[in-house]
Design a protein around this ligand. Structure first.
Ligand code: F1X
Length: 390
């Protein structure tokens, strides 16, 4: 990125700033919620107690010497972070490591009886089976009679705004979803996005949250396949539970069952997706780098090659956006094309704004947002963007 002046990476130690509140308040709240959601034994409670002290008052501890992923975390920079306060290392790194340690504390990586038990599953299932999900699925019945391009636009917006349904965000900001959304798109490259989906090749969708975000992501994929806008789709999910509600393969299965069990048109979408998985037009991938504490600029070669071969990669959500453009306090008018120049192939970001990082705004838009809201528009989840680098 030769033309862009360097901007420092965001740390978690700035008093009063959003990253600090995530480390100091959101993470303890997540530990509390997980503890209450399961009948864990003394070992898990002890693990959670230790993590709480470490992540709020202590320093980054090393992984156990026999951890299955020790080498991977060495590649991901653990040696440079051990012994330092969680607040003083890059925020992206400390958040990611928090989820790795939380899973360790509750025995997720085993061996033992709690191996593979997703500590966030109760929250994900509650959302998947909520009245709101029923309503969103019922709306598909009305959509069926609309022209194809209207359906496509509605499903794209469903996938975009589905990103507000992020359980980690709601744990620390309970009213977030009910707040009146200021009409919201701060950047809209959807015309370019549609122009790239001409029917050939594969769409990669790097998923974010399960439940009420993954369902509309899947509906969008079903539509694109059914209407010949892409030949194939690859859905990238997380290899293990992450950021509370991030989608794993198990969540894809739950979402597909939710669709096939639903009344009306929703079941039809579910059956089509099920068939697409069976014949290979829809593939699910769980690459280890999806849970890496690093920006996408540092992706390994195998993933780079894979994404380079896609017609378009759609990157969903706030965290993926931070990883895509780099977790830095960019001036908001920094060109999106320049900060994503490292990405192997065409890329689109669909994201609601829930952290300070933003690029690609025009100066008038930024000025209007600041005049109306100060800096709240950056983190409130009431605005969204569709940005594309063709
Ligand atoms: O990626 P998502 O689900 O859209 O949002 C994740 C999120 O809630 O977590 C981060 C803070 O922990 C922020 O980047 C963002 O607010």
């Amino acid at each position: 990125m030769p033309d862009i002046p360097p901007v420092p990476v965001i740390l978690g130690n700035e008093p009063g700033a959003f990253p600090r509140s995530v480390l100091a308040e959101r993470h303890p709240a997540i530990i509390r919620q997980v503890r209450e959601a399961f009948p864990y034994g003394p070992e898990q409670h002890r693990g959670l107690d230790e993590l709480l002290v470490s992540c709020t008052e202590g320093v980054v501890e090393p992984l156990p010497a026999d951890a299955h992923d020790l080498d991977r975390w060495k590649t991901w920079g653990i040696d440079g972070c051990v012994g330092r306060s969680w607040f003083d290392v890059p925020w992206l790194w400390s958040e990611s490591y928090f989820y790795r340690r939380l899973l360790e504390a509750v025995g997720y990586f085993g061996p033992g009886a709690w191996q593979g038990i997703d500590p966030f599953r109760p929250f994900k299932l509650a959302e998947l089976h909520s009245r709101e999900t029923d309503e969103e699925l019922a709306a598909l019945d009305d959509l069926a009679d609309r022209p194809e391009d209207e359906q496509a636009t509605a499903l794209l917006h469903g996938s975009l705004w589905g990103n507000r349904a992020d359980l980690g965000f709601r744990l620390s900001d309970a009213e977030a979803e009910d707040r009146a959304a200021v009409p919201g798109l701060v950047a809209d490259d959807s015309g370019t996005l549609w122009s790239l989906l001409t029917g050939e090749g594969a769409l990669c969708l790097i998923a974010d949250n399960a439940g009420r975000e993954l369902i509309p992501d899947l509906l969008l994929i079903a539509h694109l396949l059914a209407h010949g806008r892409v030949e194939r789709a690859v859905l990238h999910v997380k290899p293990y539970p992450y950021y509370v509600s991030d989608a794993t393969t198990a969540d894809v299965v739950d979402a597909l069952r939710r669709l096939t069990d639903a009344p009306g048109r929703a079941a039809e979408y579910g059956r089509r997706l099920w068939a697409a998985m069976a014949d290979g037009r829809l593939t699910v991938r769980a690459h280890p780098f999806s849970c890496a504490p690093l920006p996408y600029a540092d992706m390994p070669d195998d993933l780079r090659t894979e994404l380079a071969g896609a017609t378009l990669t759609v990157v969903k959500g706030d965290l993926n956006y931070r990883r895509l453009v780099g977790d830095r306090m960019w001036p908001p008018t920094t060109p999106f094309a320049e900060v994503t120049a490292h990405f192997p192939g065409r890329v689109a970001a669909l994201r609601t704004l829930k952290s300070d990082v933003v690029t690609g705004l025009d100066a008038d838009t930024e000025a209007a947002l600041v005049a109306a809201e100060g800096q709240r528009w950056r983190t409130g989840g009431t605005h969204a963007l569709i940005q594309v680098r063709p």
